[in-house]
Design a protein around this ligand. Sequence first.
Ligand SMILES: Cc1cc2nc3c(=O)[nH]c(=O)nc-3n(C[C@H](O)[C@H](O)[C@H](O)COP(=O)(O)O)c2cc1C
Length: 337
Amino acid sequence: MSSERKQDHIENYFKSQFKANTLFENIYIEHFALTDLNFNDIDTNTTFLGKKLSFPLLINAMTGGAEVSYDINENLARLCKEFNIALEVGSQKIALKDENLKDTFTIIQEIFDKDNTLIANISALSCVDEAKKCIEMINADAIALHLNPAQELIQIEGDRDFSNILQNIENIVKTLKIPVIVKETGCGISKKVCKELLNVGVKYIDVGGFGGTNFIEIENLRREDLDFTNMYGWGIPTAKSIIDCRSLSKDFTLIASGGIKTSEDILKSLVLGSDMVAIAGEVLKYLVYGGYKMAQDYLKSLIYQTKVLMMLVGCKNIEQLKNIDYKIFGKLKNILD
Ligand SMILES: Cc1cc2nc3c(=O)[nH]c(=O)nc-3n(C[C@H](O)[C@H](O)[C@H](O)COP(=O)(O)O)c2cc1C
């Protein structure tokens, strides 16, 4: 991971145009006109990684190491502290290779206090020692291991050898003392993959589904020798990934992500059985295009609107959302496992 590549990813994220579908639009949740709750009693608090959050939201892994990363991470940390939500840093490999880049990650610690929730990040191909160094670098509450084969294979300098990746994950999970999240980055986790991860002891899965940030496009914009335009539609839609993974077991923490933008996406994710919801690209968009105030307003509206929707389905707290009825139709119904 080079600093220039990280910069390219951020720039190409803003150039990417492919419109993808999470298939949340194929979930129908009924309005409850006889709501008898008091808006002031709507409670969005939750516990994640042993800490209390005011809202079940994580700003997902994005940055660190590039020129712009210091400011972005500083602002993301301020936002997460202000709203008492969790933050995951971008891949720290870059700072393991070059000590001078560490401060683009450690700036977060200058803003966070012990009550804030911070997650480290590195490739699932990394060794235990690298994972430990990432955790220590930012004194993280957990580490996320990313699975991003589509991105790596399309990236000119990307990984090509994924041998023994599951054994590697198992080794990290069994060696580390803190929780390990396994995440995709936009192509989704299938039921089969989820099962294999659960079998080796993974207890936290971020589905990173299709429908939002598209790394096939982002990497394709970085190369001229081959063209991957016709692969932009590859991936498991986020709604399918959530339903399929959750159908296996209730006994793990499921993080919904990939194309989450609106309060309705959040409501649907939680109704489908997710414990947490994560957003990456959409927050970055508000922050980079609009500045801190715009990102702040976006999160403020998102949280307020989610509370309104909770009221409109008659749920007082996050846990109750898991018992709400919903209907699945259209394409999503046809492709569910
Ligand atoms: C600019 C950018 C950089 C990213 N860098 C990383 C990374 O270093 N590590 C990682 O696990 N995911 C990374 N991601 C993926 C996100 O964490 C997330 O899984 C993905 O973008 C899907 O969520 P979204 O549709 O809300 O953006 C990055 C995303 C963006 C937009």
